[in-house]
Design a protein around this ligand. Structure first.
Ligand code: UDP
Length: 259
């Protein structure tokens, strides 16, 4: 029997032609698309494909908090449940939520909370269920981005959307939007999230090594990349309302014709 070891790291993360292994330029994002209103039972939902990542987010709330002792009398609570499906990665992943999933859920909650008006919803919870069904690096950023979109789809009052992206360093070069292999075999990974209402960072993690100038470059490139992603989030919301408008127009035309 031959054992397949898929996660052997390549020696180089750039090709002969200077492009990354997946053919991207250093500041190029992976292909990204988003859609809202994908889960009918939810108050709001969104789906994202970002490179090989495929992620759903479903929002319920404001609703009663279970277990009750988590409720806060003076404000609502935001509960994020990030889960990576057992089949979403090549290596065996235990079905039960592990420490990593709990930590990422907490991080996403901290990223998104600043844009919500939780003080308006005492005693209740907003629950966001995030299911990563295919994972290939940057899932915490992709999940933050799609969760914020699902909250907007649910009509939850928000100061702005939140957008997240990872920047980092591979083979000594600063690059945007690390893939799974770049995340594992690279020199540094720096996920960040921006709350657009105040242009502030609500997430900045760092793993690896780089100098201060490289760090500044990462922040600049991260912001530029986040702006592009933000436009795709807005387009996803607009498309929903355009299609509602179109179906209203169509049905009023049809009923007009019947008279
Ligand atoms: N990953 C994996 N098995 C795991 C956890 C992660 O194969 O149990 C992969 C997955 O592709 C993930 C990547 O490693 O996207 C990087 O994981 P990390 O913990 O850095 O979080 P992420 O970059 O997804 O936010």
């Amino acid at each position: 029997m031959v054992l397949i070891i898929k996660d052997e790291y390549p020696d180089k993360l750039f090709r002969e032609d200077g492009k990354r292994l997946d053919g991207r330029e250093k500041t190029e994002l992976r292909p990204l698309k988003m859609e809202v209103g994908v889960i009918k039972n939810a108050d709001g939902s969104a789906y994202l494909e970002w490179g090989n990542n495929k992620i759903f987010a479903a929002v319920y709330g404001p609703r009663e908090v279970h277990p009750h002792h988590l409720a806060k009398p003076d404000r609502g609570v935001l509960r994020i449940f990030y889960r990576m499906a057992t089949y979403s990665v090549f290596d065996r992943k235990r079905p039960a939520p592990g420490r990593r999933e709990k930590e990422i859920s907490m991080i996403i909650s901290d990223c998104i909370e600043p844009v919500l008006f939780l003080e308006l919803y005492p005693g209740t919870a907003f629950e966001v269920f995030i299911e990563v069904i295919d994972a290939d690096g940057g899932t915490r950023c992709a999940s933050t981005t799609v969760a914020s979109l699902a909250l907007a789809d649910a009509g939850v009052p928000m100061k702005s959307l939140v957008t997240a992206v990872a920047v980092g360093k591979i083979d000594g070069e600063i690059v945007v939007d690390l893939s799974g292999i770049e995340d594992k075999a690279g020199d540094a990974d720096l996920p960040l999230a921006i709350t657009w209402f105040n242009d502030e960072l609500s997430l900045l993690q760092f793993d690896g090594s780089m100098d201060a100038d490289e760090f500044d470059t990462c922040l600049k490139l991260g912001k530029e990349a986040a702006e592009k992603i933000y436009q795709i989030q807005l387009d996803a919301l607009r498309s929903k309302y355009i299609s509602i408008q179109e179906s209203v127009n169509q049905s009023s035309n049809t009923s007009g014709g019947d008279e």
